[in-house]
Design a protein around this ligand. Structure first.
Ligand SMILES: Nc1ncnc2c1ncn2[C@@H]1O[C@H](COP(=O)(O)OP(=O)(O)O)[C@@H](O)[C@H]1O
Ligand SMILES: [Mg+2]
Length: 378
């Protein structure tokens, strides 16, 4: 009913929520093209088993969703898991078993996720429980049966595992052995994409037993460049019927550092500041950036901090004494450790997403909110 007031303001197009597909997926065409081509070519294509790494908020989960959608469009079946659950392999086996019975029944292909198989009992034909002494579902047996069936129909299965850095070593081993056998040795159509924080290089991938994961093709999600960041901001605004002034746009691009989650936050809060006019000026952008700053601190900086060790933290405390980039030699002095020791921690903190290289012998915080926040805690 028309109440006589002005037309409702257009909806905010930005989505600052983890795991949610952005209004414009900028700068990731190459990665999307890589897995799409691999699905087409088959198990011998190097990108058929892939590992996506990137810091929090760089867009890993969103890319897994893209891959799953691409697979579904090809009529493939999809198993979508997060390694942060317990019993990862048992859940994968449960999902595979469901797909198997659905495929036998001729049901349409679909995506089965961790939550859909959690809590349900998993049963498997006793005859197929070959080498499993515990009576659990045999992951390799059920996945092989499914893959053989799908191969006959010229389709495939995509298995995605998010948060792979959180996987336990026994689960990682079982998963690796299984896919190694099915995809690499038997050349059956089970494609695999894992997503993890970069620290996986120092943890899981540093383990000698993990050759399967070490040999997966890598997609390292870097910060978006200027033009991709511009597209990620400008396109959604325009499509939603809004406008942004050039100086406002440049301000947001600079403030984002090319970090996808921050881009969504900046777009979202600037849009809110401009509501109901939907024309974002430099004033709106500045005010929006302040709000976004706060959100980055709460949703990224503090979670990273809480995962750090005491020594990691002392490194960051030492950095917070500098208003700009920090010299590694100064940090080593301040924490009273050798330069070598400081290098080890530098690496750890880069992988944790807390800091980044700022050129020869220098480091800076990945999120510029970190320094002021730490100084306010002293
Ligand atoms: N390429 C991109 N362009 C614009 N926004 C993106 C892009 N990739 C991700 N985002 C947004 O960034 C946020 C974080 O993405 P997500 O996939 O959850 O990150 P991660 O899994 O790496 O922590 C989401 O709000 C998402 O919409
Ligand atoms: Mg994620």
């Amino acid at each position: 009913m028309n109440t006589g007031t002005t037309a409702a303001a257009p909806d905010n197009p930005f989505l600052p929520t983890f795991g949610t597909t952005p209004p414009t997926l900028a700068g990731r065409d190459d990665v999307v093209a890589r897995f799409a081509r691999a699905f087409e070519r088959g198990p011998q294509h190097p990108d058929y088993t892939m590992l996506i790494t990137g810091v929090r908020g760089s867009g890993k989960t969103v890319l897994l969703n893209e891959a799953e959608d691409a697979a579904l469009r090809l009529g493939w079946r999809v198993i979508s898991m997060s390694a942060s659950v317990r019993d990862l392999c048992r859940l994968i086996a449960g999902a595979a078993q469901r797909h198997l019975s659905e495929a036998v029944d001729g049901a349409p292909s679909r995506r089965i996720s961790s939550v859909q198989v959690m809590g349900i009992g998993v049963e498997f034909e006793p005859s197929q429980q070959t080498d499993d002494a515990h009576g659990d579902v045999n992951l390799r047996a059920v996945l092989t049966s499914l893959a053989e069936l799908l191969a006959r129909d010229s389709t495939g299965l995509l298995l995605t595992v998010d948060e792979l850095h959180a996987v336990s070593l026994p689960e990682a081993t079982e998963l690796a052995v299984t896919i190694q056998h099915i995809t690499r040795r038997e050349l059956l159509p089970v494609a695999f994409i894992g997503a993890a924080l970069p620290e996986i290089d120092e943890t899981l991938l540093a383990d000698r037993g993990m050759t399967f994961f070490q040999r997966c093709a890598r997609a390292r999600l870097e910060a978006l460049g200027h033009d991709d960041t511009e597209e990620a901001l400008r396109l959604p605004i325009r499509k939603a019927g809004g406008r942004i002034d050039d100086d406002a746009l440049e301000h947001l691009i600079g403030a984002s550092g090319g970090h996808p989650f921050t881009i969504q936050l900046l777009g979202y809060h600037s849009w809110e500041m401009a509501t109901p006019a939907a024309r974002i000026s430099a004033t709106h952008a500045t005010a929006g950036a302040l709000e976004a700053d706060h959100a980055v601190l709460e949703q990224i900086v503090k979670p990273i901090w809480s995962g750090l060790s005491k020594t990691d933290r002392s490194f960051l405390w030492a950095m917070s004494l500098d208003e700009t980039d920090s010299e590694m030699s100064c940090i080593a002095e301040r924490i009273e450790r050798s330069p070598n020791f400081a290098q080890t921690y530098r690496r750890r903190l880069i992988d944790a997403g807390a800091i980044e290289s700022a050129g020869r012998g220098r480091v800076r915080f990945s999120y510029q909110q970190t320094g002021p926040w730490l100084r306010s805690q002293r």
